[in-house]
Design a binder for this molecule. Sequence first.
Ligand code: HEM
Length: 443
Amino acid sequence: MSEKTTTENIPYFAAPTEENWSFQTGPLQFMRAAHKRHGGVCRISFSDREFVLLTGTEANEFVWSSSDLWCYRDSRGAFLSELGEPHVTSSDGEKHRAKRKLINKSFSVSSNIRYLPKIASIVRDHLKAAAEAGEKVALRQWLPRVITRFNLETVSQAAVSDEEFEILVRWQLHFISGVALSPQKQEAHYSLPSYLEDKKAAFDIMGRIVDERLADDNPPDDNFQQVIEAREKAGTPGTRDDLVNELYYILVAGIQNTTHFTITMLREIYSPAGWLDWLREELEDWDGYDAMAVAGMERLKAFTFEIQRNRPQVLTLPLLPNRDFEFGGYTIPEGTLCVYCPPFMHFDEQYFENPDVFDPKRFMDGAKFSPKHNGFFGGGAHVCVGRNVTLLQGPLMVALILKSFDLQDVPPSDTFLIEQSGGEAQTPCEVRIVPRATEPASV
Ligand code: HEM
């Protein structure tokens, strides 16, 4: 009889590190110390559970090229439990590939760049209104609402009442803030009566939007319509629930992520390092209205690359192997809870000089953040579909703010405990938005 494989021979890396980091207080520092001591494989504990930690370029390449090894359905349980059966993962094989093909066009640069002028005008109106109100706004709550507003007028056009709007945003934010919790905490998080009520209402609203769209003889040519047409063309019209799932992706799935990205940029810009003046210098010649010009701003682009590199927002992703596998000289048994760090190589001196230093200038003069060394949006079969959306919308919102407004009381950036996407430690980021004296004249 063959012996059952165990993880016992895999070295255990205990917190705190010599520099006093634990996974909770400094996840990146902790993982880097673990890698330095044990190479790309070791056992660690957090949230009362033990994981096998896979780190380094080889680990990322391995994870991203072996999608059939991972039970995505089980390791990303929150998505399935909250979005229901139409949510597919690479564990669904062909179904997942087909879904990615159907939604590809809606998430392309060309489908999203066309809406930038409209988005800019909506964002500007919201900024003006917030400045006029004179009250502090919590960006963590305010930005997702601004994004959902412009999404409803651009990528997935639909009329919703103010009450419905609130429900959609509230449900999405509550849902996403639970995805990284342990199963026990997740169960409590998703069984709150107020959440369950919002969830039902949010699906009813999205279902109604789908019904109205299918009955519309003259539908808008937006990104949601592109999915419906892609489905027709492929001969897979899909069920109402499938379309609700796709509407969800386009309308609200990314609002928290783009919010977080934008807040991270703003916190760094308003740090004492002086990036505010550096970026504003570039904005001097901009009229504040030509949204398309933002994509050509070299400093803003370099800043956006450096934010992705040095301030990654998804630090770890869970993995659950469906069979024993070999990595780094060890056999890791089927069903072992594993975790990997997609942005680990952002801090590797082989690729980036002084990787701990936040320096956007490293990406000036045409230097690119090579996709090979960029794990900000994950990789492999599940690489983020919303990448283009965030990279168009986030810098545009930042440019609009810096050009015509000032933010007061921006909380300092947090270099150690980089706030995990969807985590519990996120600041509300309360700021006051005030007009700048040099606001551009409208054109
Ligand atoms: C800064 C912004 C964002 C970051 C850092 C980010 C990060 C990620 C990462 C790391 C993954 C891979 C997850 C995995 O392997 O399980 C992912 C997947 C995904 N992202 Fe994003 N994301 C961002 C923005 C967005 C936006 C704006 C949208 C929607 C408009 C979006 C929709 C999705 C979806 C639907 C998937 C799952 C893809 C699949 O299952 O094939 N993301 N994202």
